[in-house]
Design a protein around this ligand. Structure first.
Ligand SMILES: O=C(O)C(=O)C[C@]1(C(=O)O)C=C[C@@H](O)C=C1
Length: 278
């Protein structure tokens, strides 16, 4: 059975994403406390897979995960997009006006910014993950606390749902990446046809250096689906570009890679995989 590492406790959105990705195929979930711990675990055990959130439609990119991925030996072998809906859950019998603190993953708190603004009596306190917040309230019988988590997590840990759908915008989706060790990746990709890729590179500080790369991609009919820049630590005002592309013709995509590589520095393909279309 495939073993899939996640950041968070059972019942968190990473578990939901892993189960959605694998559908009917049974998998074993391996919970890790932090994203760093997850990458470390994958580094030591080459056969482990990982599901990692990379961007959210309200909170934006999970910047640290771009860097963790770039520095790792992991390769992206798939992606999955999940509609994220949050509930406010507390110990059974607690009323909303009895609560003073709300616990959750920082990204989940960001997704519920409007709800938190409308309830200033609730102090938002960051925890490792959504399900872990629910578990802690249940195990330690924490009155006055609520968790922001998914319905599944609230039910799993026996909490009562006080409010539903508290995300700021109903179009709240998180995109997750499926990762495998570079040297074990082939074993997992099967016959899935790659029509998407994630790249990372830096550019010289010369006029039009990014524009040249983008023009070449356009020439080869490569569709840019995301671009994220990140400062290069220790090199003031220099940036790394994380670029996702989709394409219909794999050969033309490879030609575009050959054409842009000499214009960039530290070029790395983080993965070639099948786009998630639902
Ligand atoms: O805490 C969880 O349930 C998670 O899986 C973490 C996480 C994240 O890292 O973005 C996953 C998806 C949601 O966007 C909110 C939180």
């Amino acid at each position: 059975m495939k073993q899939v590492t996640i950041q968070g406790e059972p019942g968190c959105f990473h578990e939901e994403a892993a189960r959605r990705y694998f559908g009917d195929e049974p998998i074993e979930i391996v919970p890790c406390r932090t994203f760093e711990a997850q990458f470390e675990r994958m580094r030591h055990e080459g056969s482990l897979l990982g599901i990692v959130a990379i961007e959210n439609t309200i909170a934006g990119s999970l910047l640290q995960n771009h860097e963790l991925l770039r520095r790792s030996e992991s390769q992206i072998i798939g992606e999955c997009k999940l509609r994220i809906s949050h509930v406010l859950a507390a110990l059974p019998g607690q009323r909303l006006d009895e609560l003073s603190e709300v616990n959750s993953h920082p990204i989940a708190l960001m997704q519920c910014g409007e709800f938190l603004k409308a309830h200033p009596q609730l102090k938002a306190v960051e925890r490792d993950d959504t399900a872990g917040s629910a578990a802690e309230i249940a195990e330690r019988r924490l009155t006055g606390h609520a968790a922001i988590c998914g319905r599944l997590a609230a039910e799993r840990y026996g909490l009562e749902i006080l409010e539903e759908g508290i995300e700021t915008n109903k179009r709240n989706f998180t995109r997750f990446l499926l990762l495998a060790d570079r040297y074990h990746a082939d074993r997992h990709t099967g016959s899935a046809r790659a029509d998407k890729a994630s790249l990372v590179f830096s550019l010289p500080h010369t006029q039009g250096s990014l524009s040249k790369v983008l023009t070449i991609l356009s020439f080869y009919d490569i569709n840019l689906t995301k671009i994220q820049s990140m400062p290069i630590i220790g090199c003031e005002w220099e940036y790394r570009f994380y670029v996702d592309v989709s394409f219909a013709d794999y050969t033309r995509y490879r030609q575009s890679i050959d054409a842009i590589t000499p214009l960039t520095k530290d070029f790395k393909i983080l993965g070639e995989y099948a786009a998630f279309n639902e």
